[in-house]
Design a protein around this ligand. Structure first.
Ligand code: PMP
Length: 440
C-alpha cells in the first residue's frame, strides 16, 4: 500500500505509466485521450521533445539557484519573452511555481503598491461569484466558489463579490447581450461606491471563467466597462489567466480579445504545459517602478521563485506556442470541435449550452432545457460523467457549481493544441456515451 495522500482516499486512480502526444497510458496499457489537458494544463501533449530537451540541458547546467542570491539566464529570457508577447503595458514578470502562488503574489503586490503610493486605506478586493482563483487562503477568499470556500469560511479574509458575466443564466428576456454585460459590469461601480473608492484595492476576474462555470466567455463590451470603472476609481484590474491564458482561447492572452489590458495578470498551467510546475505574475512598469523607487523590495517571495529548470521548460513551451506556431492551431481546431459538439448535442434534451473560446469549451447539463433547471446536486452527475468518460478512454473535467458554486453540472474540454481532426470523433463519441450512461 502506498503512503501517498491521495486527492480522494476512497477513489484511488490508476497509476500513470507514460504519455505520448495527447494520450496518457496507465500501467495496463490502456490509452486515455487527454481531453482536458488535466485541468487545462497540457497544451503541448505529453512528449514534446523540444521541451524535454530544454529541461535536460538546464539540469545539466544548473538545476536551481535561489533568487535571493542569483538571477538566471532562463528566468531572464522567459520574463523578457512574456513581456514582449503580452499586449498592453505589462512590463515585469515575477516567476512562481503555480497559479495560486501567482494570485497570492498579485494580491500582495497590489496592496504594497497602494501602500507605497500613500493610499493606505485601499484594502478591499472585489471579485465575482462563481469564480476560482486558487486554493491558498488569499486566493480562496478571492474566489466565489461556494463549495470550495465553505469549510474554510471562518479563516478567509473579507472579500466582496459581484455577479459573474454569464449570459446563458443572467441575461434577461428582452435584454440585449451588450446591455446585460453593461448591467453586470456596473455592479462593480455600485460595490465600489458602497465600500468607498479610497478603500478599494483591486477587482479580480478570470477573462474566460474556467473551473467554476465551464469556459464562460464575457459578452462584448463587458471588460471595457470594467476597465473604465477601475480607471475612474483608481482600482487595479487583476486578471486571472491561470486557466484561460497561454493561447488556450485562441490568443496568447485571453484579454486580447476583449480589447483591454490589466494592471496585473496571473498565468500558470499552460505556461509550463505540465512539464514543470510554474506560474507568473505580470505587472505594469508603473507598479514595479513605484516599488523600486519606494522601498525597493517586494515584501513577498517563495523558495522556488524564478526556478531555472522550470523557467527553461516554460521558455521552450512559449517558443513552441509562438515561434513554432502551435498556438495557431487553437482557433481553427476549437471551431471544429465546438461545431462537432453542437452537431451532436445541440438538440440534446439535457444539454443547455455549449460555449467557450478556442480549445476551452464548456458543455452545461440541465434537467430541463426550457427552464434551465439543474439536476439535483445529490446525483453528482458531473462526477458520474467524469468516471464514465474515463472508463471510455476520455479525460474530461466535469464540475458541479455552474449556478451558485454548488449546484449545476458542466464538462470542461481543454485538449492539447497538438490534437488533430481524427481526435474529434473520439472526444464526441466518448462524451456522448458517458453522458448517456450517467443520466438518471
Ligand atoms: N486561478 C484559476 C483561474 C485556476 O483555474 C486555478 C487552478 N485551477 C488557479 C488559479 C490555481 O492554480 P494552481 O492550482 O496552480 O495553484
Amino acid at each position: 500500500m502506498s503512503h501517498v495522500f491521495p486527492r480522494h482516499s476512497r477513489k484511488i486512480p490508476p497509476k500513470v505509466a507514460r504519455g505520448e502526444g495527447p494520450f496518457l497510458y496507465d500501467q495496463s496499457g490502456k490509452a486515455y485521450f487527454d481531453g482536458s489537458g488535466g485541468a487545462a494544463v497540457s497544451c503541448l501533449g505529453h512528449s514534446d521533445p523540444t521541451v524535454i530537451k530544454a529541461i535536460k540541458d538546464q539540469i545539466d547546467t544548473v538545476a536551481f539557484a535561489h533568487t535571493g542570491f542569483f538571477t538566471s539566464e532562463p528566468a531572464e529570457a522567459l520574463a523578457d519573452a512574456l513581456v514582449e508577447t503580452a499586449p498592453g503595458n505589462l512590463d515585469r514578470a515575477y516567476l512562481v511555481s503555480g497559479g495560486s502562488e501567482a494570485m497570492e503574489s498579485a494580491l500582495k503586490l497590489a496592496r504594497q503598491y497602494a501602500m507605497e503610493k500613500g493610499e493606505t486605506g485601499r484594502r478591499h478586493i472585489i471579485a465575482r461569484r462563481q469564480s476560482y482563483h486558487g486554493n491558498t487562503l488569499g486566493a480562496l477568499a478571492t474566489g466565489g466558489n461556494m463549495w470550495r470556500r465553505e469549510p474554510f469560511a471562518p479563516m478567509l479574509m473579507d472579500t466582496h463579490h459581484i455577479s459573474p458575466c454569464y449570459a446563458y443564466r443572467g441575461q434577461q428576456d428582452g435584454e440585449s447581450e451588450f446591455d446585460y454585460g453593461q448591467r453586470v459590469a456596473n455592479e462593480l461601480e455600485t460595490k465600489i461606491a458602497e465600500l468607498g473608492p479610497e478603500n478599494v484595492l483591486a477587482f479580480v476576474a478570470e477573462p474566460v471563467v474556467g473551473a467554476t462555470s465551464g469556459a464562460v466567455p464575457p459578452v462584448e463590451g463587458y471588460f471595457k466597462r470594467i476597465r473604465e470603472i477601475c480607471d475612474t476609481h483608481g482600482v487595479l484590474l487583476i486578471l486571472d489567466e491561470v486557466m484561460c491564458g497561454m493561447g488556450r482561447t485562441g490568443s496568447l492572452f485571453a484579454y486580447e480579445q476583449d480589447g483591454i489590458t490589466p494592471d496585473i495578470c496571473a498565468i500558470a498551467k499552460g505556461l509550463g504545459a505540465g512539464y514543470q510546475p510554474i506560474g507568473a505574475m505580470l505587472c505594469t512598469a508603473e507598479i514595479y517602478d513605484t516599488i523600486r523607487d519606494g522601498s525597493g523590495f517586494f515584501q513577498h517571495g517563495h523558495t522556488y521563485n524564478g526556478h531555472p529548470t522550470a523557467a527553461a521548460a516554460s521558455l521552450a513551451v512559449l517558443n513552441r506556442l509562438t515561434k513554432d506556431g502551435v498556438a495557431k492551431n487553437v482557433k481553427p481546431m476549437g471551431d471544429k470541435l465546438k461545431a462537432a459538439l453542437t452537431d451532436r448535442f445541440g438538440q440534446h434534451a439535457h444539454i443547455g449550452d455549449i460555449r467557450g473560446r478556442g480549445l476551452f469549451i464548456g458543455v452545461e447539463l440541465v434537467q430541463d432545457r426550457e427552464t434551465k433547471a439543474p439536476f439535483d446536486p445529490a446525483l453528482q452527475l458531473h462526477a458520474k460523467i467524469k468516471a464514465a468518460a474515463f472508463d471510455g478512454g476520455l479525460i474530461c473535467y466535469p464540475m458541479g457549481g455552474t449556478i451558485d458554486g454548488k449546484n449545476g453540472n458542466h464538462i470542461l474540454l481543454a485538449p492539447p493544441f497538438i490534437m488533430e481532426d481524427s481526435h474529434i470523433p473520439l472526444i464526441v463519441d466518448a462524451l456522448d456515451q458517458a453522458i448517456a450512461v450517467s443520466l438518471p
